[in-house]
Design a protein around this ligand. Structure first.
Ligand SMILES: *[C@@H]1O[C@H](CO)[C@@H](O)[C@H](O)[C@H]1NC(C)=O
Ligand SMILES: *[C@@H]1O[C@H](CO)[C@@H](O)[C@H](O)[C@H]1NC(C)=O
Ligand SMILES: *[C@@H]1O[C@H](CO)[C@@H](O)[C@H](O)[C@H]1NC(C)=O
Ligand SMILES: *[C@@H]1O[C@H](CO)[C@@H](O)[C@H](O)[C@H]1NC(C)=O
Ligand SMILES: *[C@@H]1O[C@H](CO)[C@@H](O)[C@H](O)[C@H]1NC(C)=O
Ligand SMILES: *[C@@H]1O[C@H](CO)[C@@H](O)[C@H](O)[C@H]1NC(C)=O
Ligand SMILES: *[C@@H]1O[C@H](CO)[C@@H](O)[C@H](O)[C@H]1NC(C)=O
Ligand SMILES: *[C@@H]1O[C@H](CO)[C@@H](O)[C@H](O)[C@H]1NC(C)=O
Ligand SMILES: *[C@@H]1O[C@H](CO)[C@@H](O)[C@H](O)[C@H]1NC(C)=O
Ligand SMILES: *[C@@H]1O[C@H](CO)[C@@H](O)[C@H](O)[C@H]1NC(C)=O
Ligand SMILES: *[C@@H]1O[C@H](CO)[C@@H](O)[C@H](O)[C@H]1NC(C)=O
Ligand SMILES: *[C@@H]1O[C@H](CO)[C@@H](O)[C@H](O)[C@H]1NC(C)=O
Length: 483
């Protein structure tokens, strides 16, 4: 696909001075406008011997560059950091003209972290692979995220991400299933050996930005969380594969929308060493002070796997609040947990208006989990009176097989779980002990046929939503972590 595209602009390596590039761009931009007009008036036109397929490259950019234009070499050995920086710098000057696309041709493009710019498309051809340099001295340190205070693993600064962006608009990372590979193995090892002094960097982190798209690519072996959109608006992840080893790849979450709104994640395959997805919004007093929720999030048509944590999680850092999340058509396979909400005293915030529809759990130890004592704190200054609110959570259509504990909703006196609804649930179980639909401090109802039999905390309604029996035991505790 990439090869068929017209190289609208192509720079020989000797034309490397910025002034020359700018002049050539200017002339070419002017020329393009002229050509478009010719195209409108005349019948077809060709450029550089190739057909001009429209008024721009397919993603709407007026210009396209090739990594080789900036001296990049995809041999797996050459350091391409400066080439990426030159490319981004050239593209940053074209924002007003609709931006540009950077084609990364087949090959292995080794690089240290670099920043993206607005109105940019990073296009990874089939068999193009961006490889992260493993030497941590090449990864710049950045201030901690304001809603996390001290950094996630260590106090003070943290490593930036391999591909980073701040205060941007209109960024697309796409391709023909090319990949971005964090080569996380050295990071995981050093983390386990406690040799790192700072929080590890994500693979791709976009902060304070809007209109972000990641599609049609593969993200591999991140040192830490794989894609971390932070305080962003309008983010789409579509048709993306995210892989890391399911064991011994610590904290390699797939996608962590953090204080983000208007997010769509669809048609993805994710198998990683921690949560496949974890929706977050800051940590304890820092997250409360930052005060930016994650909301209006749609997650659908995913196949996910997590042997260490869960398929789709909310929290545990949720201090800015999480609301209006829909998770539908989700298949979780061979996992420790399927869907999980995790929080703790001190978080504050809320998790509300969460809709799960059409979930399939195949071979999961625990299906639906709510945990309210996830007591991991940035420091001891958290506010013990900051109690998160968990409410308005519904599950419609829960199926599957080979599940040991289908439901474990562990509310507490401090953090009860309110207004939970189950409708149409039939999960094949592996362990025929009595209490495998486990509850504590939960108020809500089941509608119609539910298998296995629900806990006594819930009100019972028939298929037509007529009340059958009100519960008198909402606070009864029937949690058994021994199963
Ligand atoms: C990029 O440049 C390389 C080397 O010149 C070439 O083989 C490849 O076809 C170019 N790709 C695009 C999309 O222009
Ligand atoms: C990316 O930009 C941010 C903000 O300006 C800066 O702190 C960071 O060091 C930059 N990263 C790289 C790799 O240049
Ligand atoms: C980026 O956005 C953040 C959050 O809105 C803001 O505090 C910061 O000043 C912005 N930085 C730049 C360089 O615009
Ligand atoms: C998903 O991406 C692959 C390339 O990675 C492409 O071949 C396929 O057509 C895409 N599917 C959809 C539905 O966009
Ligand atoms: C994309 O590449 C990944 C990793 O090589 C592979 O698992 C996945 O099936 C590929 N996707 C498509 C649509 O070809
Ligand atoms: C961590 O700090 C120690 C002590 O200052 C230093 O010897 C070591 O090289 C540092 N490790 C890394 C990975 O920067
Ligand atoms: C969201 O971003 C996409 C991709 O940049 C853009 O096409 C769309 O218009 C944006 N939506 C809104 C509501 O701004
Ligand atoms: C992803 O691939 C599909 C199928 O080729 C294409 O329709 C879509 O535009 C691509 N998405 C992006 C953002 O490039
Ligand atoms: C909830 O989020 C969806 C997107 O998933 C959005 O269409 C809808 O408007 C949001 N609802 C509210 C009340 O904001
Ligand atoms: C339910 O989700 C599965 C994928 O897990 C999908 O194959 C099926 O079509 C979905 N059913 C409906 C009714 O959307
Ligand atoms: C309970 O939650 C459902 C969504 O699951 C919502 O429609 C309903 O309004 C909530 N009821 C109350 C009393 O908040
Ligand atoms: C259950 O516990 C909550 C506090 O978590 C309390 O408000 C409520 O009155 C208790 N209900 C019963 C029936 O004891």
């Amino acid at each position: 696909m990439a090869e068929a595209l017209p190289a609208v602009m192509r720079f020989p390596a000797f034309l490397s001075s910025h002034k020359t590039i700018f002049l050539v761009l200017w002339i070419s931009a002017f020329g393009s406008v002229f050509l478009w007009q010719r195209d409108i008036v005349g019948d077809g036109f060709s450029m550089f011997g190739k057909a001009w397929p429209g008024r721009s490259v397919p993603d709407g950019r007026a210009f396209a560059f090739n990594m080789t234009d900036f001296g990049g070499v995809g041999d797996g050995v050459t350091d391409n950091t400066a080439a990426f920086e030159r490319a981004v710098s050239a593209i940053s000057k074209l924002g007003k003209k609709g931006g540009a696309r950077l084609n990364v041709p087949p090959g292995k493009w080794l690089t240290a972290p670099f920043n993206l710019t607005s109105h940019m498309t990073l296009f990874l051809a089939q068999d193009a692979e961006i490889l992260g340099i493993q030497d941590e001295n090449r990864w710049p340190l950045m201030p901690p995220l304001p809603s996390y205070g001290y950094g996630r693993e260590h106090r003070g600064p943290r490593y930036g991400s391999l591909i980073h962006g701040q205060n941007l608009t209109d960024v697309v990372i796409t391709g023909n299933n090319g990949s971005i590979n964090g080569q996380g193995q050295s990071w995981w090892k050093k983390y386990r050996q406690k040799l790192l002094n700072h929080t590890r960097g994500p693979l791709v982190q976009i902060m304070w930005s809007n209109d972000i798209v990641i599609a049609n690519v593969t993200l591999l072996d991140s040192p830490f969380w794989t894609f971390h959109p932070y305080d962003c608006k309008n983010v789409t992840v579509r048709n993306v594969t995210i892989l890391a080893p399911v064991f011994a790849a610590p904290n390699t979450d797939g996608i962590d929308p953090d204080s983000c709104e208007d997010v769509v994640i669809e048609d993805c395959y994710i198998s990683v060493g921690d949560d496949a997805i974890a929706i977050k919004s800051g940590w304890d007093q820092y997250g409360i002070a930052y005060g930016r929720p994650s909301r209006n999030i749609l997650i659908r048509n995913l196949i996910v796997r997590s042997m260490v944590s869960a398929g789709v999680s909310i929290g545990s850092e949720m201090s800015g609040g999480v609301s209006n999340v829909t998770v539908e058509n989700l298949l979780v396979w061979s996992s420790r947990r399927a869907v999980r909400i995790k929080t703790a005293v001190g978080r504050g915030g809320y998790v509300r208006d969460i809709t799960y529809r059409n979930l399939t759990f195949n071979d999961a130890r625990v299906g639906i989990v709510v945990k309210t004592d996830y007591n991991e704190h940035p420091d001891l200054d958290f506010d013990k009176k900051a109690l998160p609110i968990l409410e308005n959570i519904s599950f419609t259509g829960v199926h599957g097989e080979g599940v040991r504990v289908p439901v474990r909703i562990h509310g507490s006196e401090d953090i009860p779980v309110r207004n939970v609804t189950f409708r149409d649930m039939n999960v094949g179980i592996t362990y025929k002990k009595k209490h495998i639909f486990q509850c504590a401090f939960i108020q809500g109802r089941v509608i119609g046929t539910i298998f296995p039999a629900p806990c006594e905390n819930l009100d019972i309604y028939d298929e037509d939503e007529r009340l059958v029996k009100l519960s008198t035991a909402q606070n009864a505790t029937d949690i058994d972590y021994g199963i």
